[in-house]
Design a binder for this molecule. Structure first.
Ligand code: NAD
Ligand code: AHE
Ligand code: ZN
Ligand code: ZN
Length: 369
């Protein structure tokens, strides 16, 4: 199968559009024709060279939606024509992690996924005979991609794929971090650092959780309006203050917030988010992804005195069993997705989508094939 795909040849280099060869799905695998894909900050993070797992040349992209076009031997849970969302966090239902009831981090194929390969240790993509690596097991910046069956969520075909692709990462991650990871209770105060697709969805989650006050923090003042439309009660720009932002938040909230979320990927704001939490019970959830060599720090006294630091991947959501429910919630009007698509571009303009993200001009660009 020939497929138009955006290739990341090396860290820091623009992507190039090529016609790659995609091998047919092997046993337990599924070929999906992508209809659309979002561009998440994590794609930019890996392209920048900051990801210790970054491996080139590869096909980035992990926020897609499409239609099954071929299934390999033994595949039973999806069929040709099904509408699906690729899962960078699969759900095998059988590994220790899946069975634990404590995490969504299925590890069945994590080792090969991190090496840019399918579970059998090979790639399905090549260009002129040269193997091209997969990314996050999804590689949605390709018209066609191949995924293990356990990395596919079958969704309601009534949902527009050029919208619900965003449930493949950013929106689900933000909402899930609030509802599954932090388990925010009604009446709680919440602070969210970073108002991209993820942080704005933390606001959505906080509204669903019936938080009483939602502080939205970003250095880009253009983010304030949408944050407030979604339900943020306060917008705070750290650049308006000449003292640490955690001091400002603690003062504004009578000792700190009940829950904070970091959705930037900056170790300094991770510290600020923790230290914005209330003594005795405040809990801070790290969502942002920080580069190789970066480490978080705070005075241990912050934890001794009752604050809690935790992290969240894909919002703690189990993709095969729970993501279809997020799509239903979107269709029922309980989750906003359309409003997050502030730009739509063809694959040929994918580098412009990265530029717009870095310039803070978009919430999400959706690439359509
Ligand atoms: P984005 O680029 O769309 O948004 C980031 C926002 O942070 C922007 O609005 C930017 O203005 C703001 N920002 C940057 N520096 C800041 C600072 N010092 N103080 C305040 N605000 C600042 O990114 P996104 O796609 O929403 O992703 C956010 C982070 O979450 C990234 O690190 C991404 O890699 C990560 N992520 C993690 C998961 C997960 O499962 N843990 C899933 C998706 C994304
Ligand atoms: N490869 C990086 C870590 C990247 C990372 O943390 N990815 C998140 C999803 S970000 C989606 O936009 C994740 O799911 N992490 C869990 C996992 O198993 O990768 C590194 O630092 O090595
Ligand atoms: Zn993502
Ligand atoms: Zn598993």
């Amino acid at each position: 199968m020939k497929s138009r795909a955006a290739i990341a040849w090396a860290a820091g280099q623009p992507l190039t559009i090529e016609e790659v060869d995609v091998q047919a799905p092997q046993a337990g695998e599924v070929m999906v024709k992508l209809v659309a894909t979002g561009v998440c900050h994590t794609d930019a993070f890996t392209l920048s060279g900051a990801d210790p797992e970054g491996i080139f040349p590869c096909i980035l992209g992990h926020e897609g939606a499409g239609i099954v076009v071929e299934v390999g031997e033994g595949v039973t849970s999806v069929a040709v024509g099904d509408h699906v969302i690729p899962l960078y966090t699969p759900e095998c239902g059988e590994c220790k992690f899946c069975k634990s009831g404590k995490t969504n981090l299925c590890q069945a194929i994590r080792a090969t996924q991190g090496k840019g390969l399918m579970p059998d240790g090979t790639s399905r993509f090549s260009l002129n005979g040269q193997p091209i690596y997969h990314f996050m097991g999804t590689s949605t910046f390709s018209e066609y991609t191949v995924l293990p069956e356990i990395a596919i969520a079958k969704i309601n075909p009534a949902a527009a794929l050029d919208k619900v692709c965003l449930l493949g990462c950013g929106i689900t991650t933000g909402i899930g971090a609030v509802l599954n990871t932090a388990k925010v209770e009604p009446g709680s105060t919440v602070a969210v650092f970073g108002l991209g697709g993820v942080g704005l969805s933390v606001i959505q989650g906080a509204v669903l959780a019936k938080a009483s006050r939602i502080l939205a923090i970003d250095i880009n003042p253009d983010k304030a309006e949408f944050a407030k439309q979604l339900g943020a009660t306060d917008f705070i720009n750290p650049k308006d203050y000449d003292r640490p932002i955690q001091e400002v938040i603690v003062e504004l909230t009578d000792g700190g917030v009940d829950y904070s979320f970091e959705a930037i990927g900056n170790v300094n704001t991770m510290r600020a988010a923790l230290e914005s939490c209330h003594k005795g019970w405040g809990e801070s959830t790290i969502i942002g992804v920080a580069g190789a060599g970066q480490e978080i720090s705070t005075r241990p006294f912050q934890l001794v005195t009752g604050r809690v630091w935790r992290g969240s991947a894909f919002g703690g959501v189990k993709g095969r069993s729970q993501l279809p429910g997020y799509v239903e919630q979107y269709l029922n009007g309980q989750i906003k997705v359309d409003e997050f698509v502030t730009e739509t571009r063809p694959l040929e303009e994918i580098n412009e989508a990265f530029e717009d993200m870095h310039a803070g001009k978009v919430i999400r660009t959706v690439i359509t094939f």
